[in-house]
Design a protein around this ligand. Structure first.
Ligand SMILES: Nc1nc2c(c(=O)[nH]1)N[C@H]1C(S)=C(S)[C@@H](COP(=O)(O)O)O[C@H]1N2
Ligand SMILES: [Mo]
Length: 504
């Protein structure tokens, strides 16, 4: 009964949210509020345990909570009216609060929840009236177990429940479907013709030829994805603009078509997430096509005194990037292409930032629409406001990709291989340690640039027994990767990657 009414609330709200906007649907609004306020420890645990399924998990938890609250509301309403209704109104108020405080919310954002709760209350009232024995004053719990279970009132009640349940499901499903259809920009993306780069990226190096390690270029389909967006933002090239303002001589706004008048460059760059644990896979290398951020900033004219650019996405994620990282000559780009395709929608279509040498949370804003030239003493990015470092270099790290930890190997030649990265400094050596033996150099693939990872391989003559294998990299400044074990918070994990294998 409560569940039927709650279903109606969510179903109707979904439908109403179609014209109003997806982020106003109560589940989405609540979910986004949860994401924005999740303590960092819990976030790391969720990402570590569920990876990119974190959003599915959140929706599953929210639906489970909704079912629980709904059942409680139904029971309450039967015992003491209108306690159940009050519970719905309470959660409705929380839903409204979540919806109207979202990015770009207006008073209409409250509509889906308000209309949904209104319908839900009516359904609850109707169903409560129909509960068998409700009029005759029979004990509510006895009604479900008594011998009158096949009586006409019970049939009527179940019929009502089934009808409202079906109605809730169809409105909800129709709402979702309509919303997804209406917003989807994949057609727009498919029609994009990327410009030919004025400066193409140099060819990629020969790969180390052993099976197992990752390829030098990460395919788009296998590229890690990290963001706070519950539903992937859909921004068409017609709607997209980039506003550059703040401490500038003249504020400018650039539309997608305006980009064609500018000079496209192509660069192969390795991106890393600060949440990547030692040995983790939140890292990838792609061929990015786009425009120098420095050129765009120069068009607006950066004023003296500025030291940061706060970039904002359409869903209000922000990153505070040191101005110097955008203007010191490195290849910081406003990217529109990834590995020869328009940016995939989950990776920021139609435009995002890529800044070599900085973790993604400080620089790689997807669906970017706003660059505010400002100062670190005036603004903070999304994660910097939540306890992560305000700045800091990507740490020098090696990763072992093959063999897998726990592998059973036969004695004799074994290729141990992986990648190492130290963007902006470059990797000059990778060394391997078997058990407590001496650190011995691995063979490296040619250096592509200091901003990309290097592949490495170590040919080992495996001897019978159980072995622990560690790796460590040395960067272009001569500094050896630290053995100091750190968790990702606040400025990136560190320590040696290690695997254990059994030979014999
Ligand atoms: N709009 C938006 N951009 C974002 C984020 C986000 O949450 N929202 N996350 C950042 C983080 S933490 C990382 S590591 C990179 C990941 O980019 P990818 O998903 O394309 O790999 O995007 C960055 N850009
Ligand atoms: Mo990240």
């Amino acid at each position: 009964m409560g569940i039927g009414s709650a279903g109606t609330i969510l179903g109707v709200a979904e439908l109403v949210s179609v014209p109003v906007g997806r982020s106003s649907a109560p589940l989405d609004a609540f979910g986004s509020a949860v994401v924005d306020n999740t303590p960092q420890g819990l976030r790391e645990w969720v990402i570590g345990t569920f990876g990119t399924n974190d959003k599915l998990l959140l929706f599953a938890v929210m639906i489970a909570v909704a079912v629980g609250v709904a059942a409680a509301a139904g029971a309450l309403e039967r015992i003491t009216r209108p306690l159940g209704s009050a519970l719905f109104v309470l959660f409705g108020a929380a839903g409204v609060a979540a919806a109207v405080t979202r990015a770009h919310a207006t008073w209409t954002s409250a509509l889906p929840t308000v209309v949904g709760v209104g319908c839900g209350l009516v359904v609850l009232r109707i169903l409560v009236r129909r509960v068998p024995g409700a009029q005759s004053g029979t004990d509510a719990t006895a009604a479900g177990t008594g011998s009158a279970t096949s009586g006409p009132s019970r049939r009527g009640f179940l019929g009502g429940l089934a009808a409202f349940g079906a109605l809730a499901l169809t409105t909800g499903a129709a709402g979702r479907l309509l919303a997804v259809r209406a917003a989807d920009v994949s057609g727009n993306r498919a029609a994009v013709r990327l410009p030919v780069p004025a400066e193409p990226a140099p060819p990629v190096p020969a790969e180390v030829s052993v099976p197992g390690p990752v390829s030098f270029l990460t395919p788009n389909s296998g590229f890690y994805r990290i963001d706070t967006a519950l539903t992937v933002p859909q921004v068409s090239t017609d709607d997209w603009t980039l506003r550059i303002h703040g401490l500038v001589d003249r504020e400018i706004t650039i539309g997608y078509a305006d980009l064609a008048a500018r000079r496209p460059i192509e660069r192969v760059l390795t991106m890393t997430c600060v949440s990547n644990p030692v040995g983790g896979n939140l890292i990838g290398t792609a061929r990015w096509l786009g425009y120098r951020v420095a050129d765009l900033l120069a068009e607006a004219g950066v004023r003296p005194g500025a030291d940061m650019v706060l970039s904002t996405s359409v869903d209000d994620f922000t990153a505070g990037t040191p101005l110097s990282a955008l203007t010191d000559g490195r290849d910081a780009i406003l990217a529109i292409g990834m590995n020869g395709e328009p940016l995939p929608i989950p990776h920021g279509f139609p435009a995002r930032l890529i800044v070599p040498g900085l973790y993604g949370y400080l620089s790689a804003t997807k669906w970017v629409t706003d660059l505010e030239v400002t100062r670190f003493d005036r603004a903070r990015g999304y994660w910097a406001r939540r306890g992560w470092a305000v700045s800091g270099p990507i740490k020098t790290e090696a990763r072992i990709d093959t063999p897998k930890s726990g592998a059973a190997l036969t004695p004799g030649p074994v290729a141990i291989a992986g990648i190492a990265w130290a963007q902006r400094r470059g990797v000059t050596a990778v060394e391997i340690q078997i058990d407590d033996g001496a650190w011995t150099p691995a063979q490296l693939s040619a250096e592509y640039s200091i901003d990309t990872w290097r592949q490495w391989v170590y040919r080992w003559d495996a001897t019978p027994g159980k072995h622990t294998i560690r790796a460590r990299a040395t960067d272009g400044t001569g500094v050896v990767q630290t053995a100091d074990v750190r968790e990702p918070v606040p400025d990136g994990a560190s320590g040696y990657p290690s695997i254990s294998v059994r030979v014999g």
